[in-house]
Each structure stands twice: as structure tokens, then as C-alpha cells.
Write a protein that binds this ligand. Structure first.
Ligand SMILES: Cc1ncc(COP(=O)(O)O)c(C=O)c1O
Length: 362
């Protein structure tokens, strides 16, 4: 019999829920809102779609393994040279590569409870111990405790900023303080999947790449504000020495021709991003009012989603089920280690109105 390593045995493969179309039919819904995956419900960047169409006829060719044009555009947007950029099939893929690129022996990853669940999964899949400390009050990353928890085994610290699913951020001042106190040999991974949303919500939100620290890697994605989650393009920004290490371990031809083309179109589509982040800002305010009126405890968010604390797991589950019966698909956060909470993504104007209307009569 083929043995399966213990760490892989302990993982549970991803079990998707029922597709929306099936739920809509089963529940006989007349109107509904899909607010469970932090996607961009306005749809994909139109310029990304144009570029995909133009690239289709090259589908018999392997992609440019260096994704030269896309990396150059990302570099230009971030005032750096292209050797500070690497792209892959979503930022989750870049993150996975980082385990092979940087971890060895008994190196550990250090992070908090209640952050992006894929982090725990990829650490375990790569056989890397993931040390987790509790979130601070207000569902913030507990930076003091993170720094105190660094040991000789700590290879990297992971921080999602804004954090998914809590929506909280660490500020510019906190980030600057963090890079001062974390030793140079510890890598700081700043996951900025919701960067485009956060930077228009608060001037206090830091761009972790601007300090050009040689031990900081910044992860970003085209999945959220650019609206091409299904195409799979994300990237890392950092010191060329670290970026080169990640490039060495990535799949040769990732991302695909079409994904590179989509990224090239998306990055030139400031109009779509502006429309998206402007709508999101309005939606968050609308959600806060609706949640306040419903006497529910929410955490102010810097992403395209709001976390609601319902105090008990039973209440969170019942709320999620009840919302689903009424056509609002939201995420219960048991898998994120926050079983008493739910997360609601913002949607289109019509979806946001529907959520507010349903909440008011719940
Ligand atoms: C914090 C965070 N990082 C990364 C991702 C995944 O991004 P990508 O689609 O680029 O893999 C998500 C998606 O939900 C996320 O919330």
C-alpha cells in the first residue's frame, strides 16, 4: 500500500457547497445575492476580457514563462523594476511557492488565528508548522504578541492586510514599527489581496512595498478589485533576491496565456477598479447602517466584506441558514476558526439593497 504522509492525511480536501443555480431552484428564489466569496460582483474588467479574446488564437503556444509584459506593467504601476515582480495562478499560488523557496528543516510560519484559511492549509500541505496566536481585541492582528512569539524557528510571519475575514487593518505607523522590530532574518509576508479597496478607505492603510525592505514580500491579486478571480492571476512584489527564489520553484508556464492577457488588460482598466472601489465604499456604509439597525455587532472593514459577530456558533449558523432561505448567500466562519461569526461580501447595488431589505425584516 502506498503510504500517505501524516500531514496530508490530516488535511481535508476542499468540499464545495451546492452551486448557486441549484440552491436558487431548490429554494424557489425569485431574487438572490451571492455575497459569500469576496468576489467582484460587478464582473470582470472589460479590458481584461478584450485582451483574452485577442489572445485566444495563440492558445496553441506555450505562455511566456517570464510573463514579461505583465511583470513590466505591474512594475511600472509600483515604481520598481520587473525583477521585483513575480506572477502566478493567483496570489495563493505565489504563497504556496514561498514554502518551497524559503522554508527548510524545522522552520515555522507564525501568524494569528482568524486569518485567511488557505494559509493554514498550505503550511500543513508543505509540512511546515504554523504557529498561531489569538487575534487581539477588535479582531486585529496582535502585533506585539506576534513579535514576542518569534523564536529561532520562525522563518516567516504572515499578515493579511486587510485581514480576511475580519476586515481589520494594521496602519502605516504599525507596519513601520513592525519592520523596525522584526529581525532581518525573519520574512514578513504581507498579503494585500484587498489593497485597492483599503487604500481608498483610509490614508492610514500602508502599501507594504513602499519601504523596499529586503525581508518583506507583498502579495497582491487580480481576483478582487479587478474582478478576474476565475482567471487566476496574482503576484508578489519584493527584493529581487527573494523574487528570484520564488521564480525558481514556480511552474514553468504559469499563469496561462489567457491569464497573462487578462492581467495585462485588467491593470490598464483603472475605470473598472475605480467603479468597483467606489461602489464598495458606499456599500460598506449601507451595510453598517443596516447591521446597526438590526442590532448586530459588526467589525468596520477595509475590504469588500463585513464580519458580523453573532456571539455563538448556533446563532451564526442559524443566521447564515436563515439568510440563505431568503436568497442571501453569506459565509459562516467556522472553517476560519471564528464559528460565532459570519462574513458578508458587498455586491452590486441591487444585491446590497436586497441584503439591507432582507435584514430589516429578519
Ligand atoms: C487574504 C487573501 N489572500 C489571498 C486570497 C486569494 O487570492 P487569489 O485569488 O489571488 O489566489 C484571498 C481570497 O479570498 C484572500 O482573502
Amino acid at each position: 500500500m502506498i503510504s500517505i504522509p501524516q500531514n496530508i492525511q490530516e488535511l481535508v480536501s476542499y468540499k464545495p457547497g451546492k452551486p448557486v443555480a441549484q440552491l436558487v431552484e431548490e429554494l424557489q428564489l425569485k431574487e438572490w445575492a451571492v455575497l459569500w466569496n469576496n468576489e467582484n460582483n460587478l464582473g470582470p474588467s472589460p479590458k481584461a476580457l478584450q485582451q483574452i479574446e485577442a489572445a485566444l488564437s495563440n492558445s496553441h503556444l506555450y505562455p511566456d514563462p517570464s510573463a514579461t509584459q505583465l511583470c513590466e506593467l505591474i512594475a511600472a504601476q509600483n515604481n520598481c523594476s520587473a525583477d521585483c515582480v513575480t506572477v502566478d495562478n493567483g496570489s495563493e499560488s505565489v504563497f504556496d511557492c514561498m514554502f518551497r523557496a524559503f522554508f527548510e528543516g524545522d522552520d515555522e510560519l507564525l501568524t494569528c488565528d482568524g486569518t485567511f484559511v488557505a494559509v493554514y492549509i498550505w503550511a500543513k500541505a508543505n509540512g511546515v508548522p504554523c504557529k498561531r496566536i489569538p487575534l487581539a481585541r477588535g479582531y486585529q492582528f496582535d502585533l506585539d504578541r506576534l513579535v514576542e512569539s518569534i523564536t529561532p524557528q520562525t522563518k516567516a510571519i504572515y499578515i493579511a492586510n486587510p485581514n480576511n475575514p475580519t476586515g481589520a487593518i494594521i496602519t502605516k505607523a504599525q507596519f513601520e514599527q513592525l519592520v523596525e522590530v522584526v529581525p532581518d532574518h525573519v520574512l514578513i509576508i504581507m498579503d494585500e489581496a484587498y489593497y485597492e479597496y483599503a487604500k481608498v478607505i483610509s490614508d492610514e492603510y500602508p502599501d507594504s512595498f513602499t519601504l523596499r525592505k529586503p525581508n518583506v514580500i507583498t502579495l497582491r491579486t487580480f481576483s478582487k478589485a479587478y474582478g478576474i478571480a476565475g482567471i487566476r492571476v496574482g503576484y508578489a512584489l519584493g527584493d529581487p533576491r527573494l523574487i528570484e527564489a520564488i521564480r525558481k520553484v514556480r511552474m514553468t508556464f504559469a499563469p496561462s496565456n489567457l491569464a497573462q492577457a487578462a492581467g495585462i488588460g485588467a491593470i490598464m482598466d483603472a475605470e473598472h477598479v475605480n467603479k468597483t472601489v467606489t461602489l464598495n465604499k458606499t456599500a460598506l456604509q449601507q451595510f453598517y447602517v443596516a447591521l446597526h439597525d438590526a442590532e448586530l455587532n459588526y467589525i468596520p472593514s477595509y475590504g469588500n466584506f463585513v464580519m458580523v459577530d453573532l456571539k455563538t456558533e448556533d446563532a451564526a449558523k442559524a443566521f447564515t441558514d436563515d439568510m440563505m432561505q431568503k436568497g442571501i448567500f453569506i459565509r459562516h466562519l467556522r472553517a476560519f476558526g471564528l464559528p460565532h461569526c459570519v462574513r458578508i461580501s458587498t455586491g452590486t447595488e441591487a444585491e446590497n439593497d436586497l441584503f439591507a431589505k432582507v435584514l430589516a425584516i429578519t
